[in-house]
Write a protein that binds this ligand. Sequence first.
Ligand SMILES: Cc1cc2nc3c(=O)[nH]c(=O)nc-3n(C[C@H](O)[C@H](O)[C@H](O)COP(=O)(O)OP(=O)(O)OC[C@H]3O[C@@H](n4cnc5c(N)ncnc54)[C@H](O)[C@@H]3O)c2cc1C
Length: 403
Amino acid sequence: MRLHRRTVLGGMAAATALAPMGVLAAGRRPRIGIVGGGIIGASTALQLARAGAEVTVFEKEAPAAGATSRSVAWINPVVNDAHYMRLRLESMKAWLEDDSQWRMNAIWGGSISWAYGEKKRDELAVKAKLLAATDDPPRMLTSEEISRVSPGVFAGDDVSFAFQTMRDGHVDPVVATQRYLAAAKRFGARVIYPCEVMAVEMKGGSLAGVQTSKGHFPLDQLVTAAGTDTPRLMAMIDKPLKLAHKPGLVVHTTPQPVVTRMVYEASSIIEFKQYADGRFLASFTGGPPNLPQHAEILDHQMPYPDEYLRQHHGQMLIDRTARYIPAIARGKATKILLGFRPYPLDNRPICGPVPGAKGVYAIVTHSGITLAPILGRYAAREIMSGEVAPLLQPYRPDRYIPA
Ligand SMILES: Cc1cc2nc3c(=O)[nH]c(=O)nc-3n(C[C@H](O)[C@H](O)[C@H](O)COP(=O)(O)OP(=O)(O)OC[C@H]3O[C@@H](n4cnc5c(N)ncnc54)[C@H](O)[C@@H]3O)c2cc1C
């Protein structure tokens, strides 16, 4: 069985060959289950299916029902860590491939990030410095230049630092997930929903199968791509895992005349963008402020307590975003979504074999829209052939999950 080597494999070229450790060593078509039909499960399903595995995706609600549908879906390299930035840049290359091959309709318009105050200026300056060392160096902007580069966008006179990047993009994350799953099905994958994985069966420390709401499935390998439910999946195999709790509010508006293709990040307060069909999307970046009435949402996942509060928060987000892009105020909220980020405690991906649980591979990450193409490729390669992806080494589950 051959892997498709035309795909972007980044650091895999230098990977250490560990064969015959992968599931291919079993000598027959491996049965691989994936828990979660979000963008990570979908991308991984495609890569595993095209590499020859017999793939089944189990999704307890519907494809993209979790964090994926509540995402800003900015595909970007903008972080404060050189290694992590490299992983994201690799994924952006893979995104270009997937975009053209699977018709994801991503918009590659670049982005503008700006800061207010000294603390945010210093934080953004670190990211700009790291970006300056890549092949996508940022262009520094003044407040006036932001409006010149992007007419209709106003950052205000008190901007302390700002830059533009040229290559990043954004996507409709639900469309992208559907495209991945459709492509995976063309390679023979099954996508079953609603179908909840309720138990993971291990025999003598090795995976045997899963018990689901639709019956028992014997498996050679399991990939958990269950987002914020990953700790629950790990608990099924007695592996404790804690994630950070990070709620986020997102609003989509009715379509308006298209004024921009970029993504904007305003000082870790608000992010916004506009789709090609004119819908605006805005999100509070920092989560709910620490107020007594937010005690519950700051503690655990929950829906809006009532429709009034949902509408109130949606309108508040549109009004706040209109300070930067007045055109959004002409739109009406069509979706007001409360999302919960799958957020490892160090805000770095967790990706790799689960220690002490042979046959179980975990992927959970924030920035999963940015990272889905590369994590899908690396995970499939590691599982199928046993080759280790050097670029994944800092992101292994063993930093949080004991053997
Ligand atoms: C407000 C917000 C803004 C964001 N902005 C960005 C951004 O700009 N750029 C970016 O790259 N990322 C962003 N993210 C993060 C990104 O959306 C996530 O990292 C990504 O969607 C994670 O995808 P996933 O497939 O791992 O998880 P999910 O999309 O949550 O999918 C997990 C799936 O697993 C299913 N599941 C769980 N348990 C079981 C079970 N036992 N059996 C069967 N199915 C199960 C769930 O139903 C769910 O559909 C943002 C997230 C939020 C919430």
